[in-house]
Design a protein around this ligand. Structure first.
Ligand code: ATP
Ligand code: MG
Length: 386
């Protein structure tokens, strides 16, 4: 994986969602050919790539075709079967590797990784059977029960106040392996995105401050307005340590909480570009997707520079419905009349509430101006202020 793939080579990506689409855009901009593997005909990345292999993630013929067409392969969603990455890795360089992706796919393994790196995380217990459920310490309640695998955007989670609620929630989740986390008193949320190449070069984006609504990322602000510099440095050091410890190659996002008492706690990580890093397309001199391309191709990494303060707003499918639940088109012309608005829509035709349809980033000469414009955008779109 130390050989450099020069522009003109073909880069593949497992998964055809919006992250794959933005990876494809970055790869094409650098002169690479792109191939996407995704079973869905209308996949956001599939429609922009030079080629789509339309196959399931464990389809052996599809995986073989992807390997045949590509010089190296990455992934855009963390629930890609580790087995598929293992099969691909027999034929082509794959980054991130199956082992690192497997850690990020399992909340228990992920937390164990944090602990190994000396990074604090929420007090928690693994629940795989009734005995473990009964043995859960009282201190973890009230808590949040999360499926160990396959959760995203707050799906596969339940808030549990007491033991009765815990039992009911575990039944509701189908008795699958879960992690019970103590509900922590959050003051702020932040994330750090790092990129590491096979040569061990490691760079990071500036710290993102994130606001979630209903378990889904709603707003990202950079520079982080409320996080003390020392805490930001601590988060960056932790994320870099975790990536290096896993011998990680690719883009990795680590999410953190700042607690009411000021302590920093790691929440989870994603072995890919992250929604909280989308602002980097418009506000940094190298985006998280270009970093993904560079790590996959074995190109040099340079420390990204934020050239404009930025506010990113997620655009969920809810915006495509009015108060009476009738379909509408959001008022893009009014939004785009404001300065520094960068609109990114993912080409999804079917708007559903809670579905990520796009995002927009506001850049401005100062953080205060970026925030002021973003608040005007939010008002135009009917989004809550922040
Ligand atoms: P993602 O879309 O980031 O993959 P996810 O479904 O994996 O989300 P988490 O990141 O675990 O879910 O949790 C979603 C949100 O729920 C967090 O960003 C935070 O706001 C809240 N949350 C999660 N765990 C805790 C906790 N232990 N205490 C308090 N709040 C929490
Ligand atoms: Mg999360």
């Amino acid at each position: 994986m130390n050989e450099t793939l020069q522009p003109g080579a073909t880069l593949g990506v497992m998964g055809g969602g919006q992250l794959g689409r933005m990876f494809v855009h970055a790869a094409q901009s650098l002169g690479y050919e792109t191939v996407v593997l995704d079973p869905d005909a209308g996949a956001p990345a599939g429609v922009v790539a030079q080629h789509q292999v339309r196959a399931g993630y464990l389809d052996e013929a599809g995986l073989a075709e992807l390997a045949r067409r590509c010089d190296a392969i990455s992934t855009e969603f963390e629930n890609v079967p580790a087995e598929a990455l293992r099969q691909l890795a027999e034929r082509r360089p794959v980054a991130p590797g199956a082992a690192a992706v497997a850690v990020c796919q399992d909340r228990a393994d992920e937390k164990a990784q944090f602990v190994r790196c000396g990074v604090p995380c929420a007090p928690h217990a693994l629940i795989t059977d009734a005995a473990q459920l009964a043995a859960v310490p009282d201190a973890l309640l009230p808590g949040i029960l999360k499926t160990a695998r396959m959760g995203y955007d707050g799906k596969g989670q339940a808030s549990v106040a007491d033991r009765a609620a815990l039992q009911a929630a575990w039944a509701h989740l189908g008795h699958v392996p879960c992690v019970l986390e103590q509900r922590l008193p959050l003051r702020h949320e932040l994330s750090v995105i790092v990129a590491r190449n096979a040569g061990g070069e490691l760079v990071n984006l500036p710290v993102q401050q994130n606001l979630h609504r209903d378990g889904i990322l709603a707003v990202t602000q950079v520079p982080a307005p409320d996080i003390a510099p020392a805490l930001q440095q601590q988060a960056v050091a932790a994320a870099r340590e975790v990536a290096a410890a896993m011998d990680y190659v690719g883009v990795l996002c680590v999410e953190f909480f700042v607690l009411q008492d000021g302590r920093l706690v790691a929440n989870e990580m994603a072995p890919r570009p992250h929604n909280s890093g989308h602002y980097s397309i418009d506000a940094c001199d190298v985006s998280q997707f270009e970093l993904q391309v560079r790590t996959l191709a074995g190109l040099p990494l340079v420390e990204p520079r934020l050239h404009s303060p930025a506010v990113m707003l997620n655009l969920l499918g809810d915006l495509w419905f009015d108060a009476a639940d009738s379909a509408r088109t959001p008022p893009w012309d009014a939004v785009l009349a404001l300065p520094g608005v960068h609109l990114h829509l993912y080409g999804k035709t079917d708007a559903r509430r809670g579905r990520k349809m796009g995002h927009l980033t506001v850049t401005a000469p100062t953080a205060a101006e970026a925030r002021a414009v973003a608040l005007r955008v939010a008002a135009l779109l009917g989004l809550a202020a922040f």
